[in-house]
Design a protein around this ligand. Structure first.
Ligand code: FAD
Length: 181
């Protein structure tokens, strides 16, 4: 064991890959196992990739938001192509009450009007009168980010088990699960 924890992560979606890379960066000997035969076989491949902790605060518990506010920096330092152009939240005129409610439940935005919306998203010019702009947010392309994380894990010495090599597991005295691929 060389004093290093041996860790098995099950599931190679965005949650498993970020956990595996973070644990490997902190000195763990990480094995990643997925029952599918490719990176990002689950929901992560379909995701929009919005990195929007302030918008998510509309419905997320405060402790989740507190843990998420550095997410754009984390992604920018781990995968290429992170775009930091903010998030624009809009509602048609009949639903401006919903926009006000969204604003009451969130922070770190500025109110924008028709001219701002046209500048930020020219394709939407003239269609919305009011919006909220969260300038600190961004997005990432999951189809590029997941393979990049898989490469980082490999560079950090992480091991990948494919379905045909389903790990046998036993509990070690120190409490770590050991992968025996
Ligand atoms: C259309 C869409 C848009 C979205 N947009 C966003 C967005 O903009 N921003 C955002 O933050 N979130 C977004 N989400 C949510 C986000 O995609 C999910 O929260 C996230 O992908 C969940 O990741 P995960 O790794 O937990 O699960 P998954 O991506 O589902 O990965 C789970 C992995 O575990 C594997 N697995 C399952 N069971 C086992 C097992 N027993 N042993 C081994 N492996 C196993 C699966 O094969 C899979 O690869 C969106 C989701 C969808 C569907």
């Amino acid at each position: 064991m060389n004093g290093k924890p041996h860790i098995l992560v099950k599931g190679a979606g965005v949650a498993g890959l970020t956990a595996a890379v973070t644990l490997a960066e902190r000195g763990g000997v990480v094995t990643l196992y997925d029952c599918a035969d490719r990176v990002g076989a689950g929901a992560s491949w379909m995701a929009g990739g919005m990195l929007a902790p302030w918008c998510e605060a509309e419905s997320a518990p405060a402790e989740v938001t507190a843990q998420s506010v550095d997410s754009v920096d984390w992604w920018a330092s781990h995968v290429p192509g992170v775009v930091r152009e903010g998030s624009l939240v809009l509602a048609p005129a009949r639903d401006v009450g919903e926009l006000a409610r969204f604003g009451r439940r969130t922070s770190h935005f500025q109110n924008v009007g028709e001219a701002d919306i046209a500048r930020l998203e020219p394709d939407l010019a003239g269609r919305f009168q009011k919006g909220l702009f969260f300038a600190d947010e961004g997005h990432v392309d999951p189809r590029k980010a997941l393979p990049a994380l898989a490469e980082s894990l490999a560079r950090l010495g992480g091991r990948w088990l494919w379905p045909q090599r389903r790990p046998r597991m036993r509990r070690h005295l120190t409490g770590w699960w050991i992968a025996q691929g």
